[in-house]
Design a protein around this ligand. Sequence first.
Ligand code: MLT
Ligand code: ZN
Length: 477
Amino acid sequence: MRRITSAAELAALSKDAGIFVIAPARAYVVESEREVSHAVREAAGDGLSVTPRGGGTSIPTQSVGSGAILVQARASIRLTQDTVVCEPGVVKADLNRELSKWGRWMPVDPSSYASCTVGGMVANNSSGARTLKYGSTADSLAGARVVLADGRALALGPATEEALSGDPLTRKAASLILENQKEISEDAPRATKNSSGYRLEKVRRGSFLDLQKLFAGSEGTLGVITEATLKTRLRPKWRALFVAESTLHELDAAVAAFRTLAPSALELVDKSVFRSAGRWERVSRLSRSDDPFMIFCELDGDDGGLEEEAAGAVGGLDPLLLTDEGDISAAWEARNETLTFAQDMVKGGRRPVPGVEDLAVPPGALGDLVELLVGQFERRGLEYILYGHAGDANLHARPLLDLSEPSEAKVNEGLMEDCFEEVWKMGGSMTGEHGDGMLRAKYVPRQYPRTYHLMEELKAMFDPKVVMNPGVKIART
Ligand code: MLT
Ligand code: ZN
């Protein structure tokens, strides 16, 4: 275990991909689960909070804090027939490389896959373009080991209620969730993607309880992930990518047509980001019109020939069809760098900022979401970027604002307030994939009017002294 106290090293840990900068009191680089327990106990004993940190790619600020930052260096990968057991420091791109040697795949690839870690992906229930077909990290999470706020290590995996009865904490947590199934399912957003609150609705599976799923998306507030067992699948034999262009008005119809193909990904790409960031060459080959948006529709499968049939079905949209793996990968690389490029779009002190950057609504309401966002931006005279996961009706919209100006920070607050309110009325979530973090923690009680109290109770069970990541997700405790 290495304990970091030098100001220079701590400064590097005071920021993630979010907007808040908080200097930690100390940091630990830990090499084993035993060291995690030791570090958590030591920090808590010194009156410090503990914030686990992966690749530091969190957008709503989940991985900075004023207490102790915990960086897990271990990154071993152990394959079984259809799972992979990962230590938390495994970078997703490295996992992909390892699995592809065996023709296998863990299909959740956030656009930050080159630097995000498996520990962070579990803690955030990360998702990405292919969640549309393959689900989010929670759906792949077969088991986990965690270290709790008191330093105790716990193994979590599918278990019957009786099997949990030996441990008072997990039994209590399981009972609370089982007793409130009706409220939990009625209060869950109806969007196909959701990263707000705890994943209570995923815990019960028939006669099994998957308590590991409670930790998926808990954002470091219930404990530290020290190992994750993820399901893997065979890589599909082929994939093809349609690229169409669209105006904002034609978007809904185009997305509806592509959805009929049951795609593995259906993405909205904002051409203006590439132009403004001076990276137009990355997508220029794919563009044949002045329409502001591109739609990427990826199909994958094991039987041949499907893409030609599909081309017929969406012929009216006149899409390009890419079948060469190199061309498809290049297109995806450009898409995945949208956020990185967007950060370069500084206009004066203004840059694209998060807040309403991850709204998700029920399928079929994408057009309403676009209308809402554009209306809210235009009403305030704001420039904006807008792209995201069209197939899941989950949009990454960011206004250009200078948050160091108090008046502009207030505009962002107003946007969040107004957009979240409307999205809740639509049955959606204020965050489809990025999580609550510190940025949205104060809104979580309103996202879950009937079940937030259950989340508070669970937090109090697992972390009664509020050691783990205070201010994130459960803000009141
Ligand atoms: C993405 O889809 O690229 C990521 O979720 C990051 C983002 O753009 O907000
Ligand atoms: Zn995304």
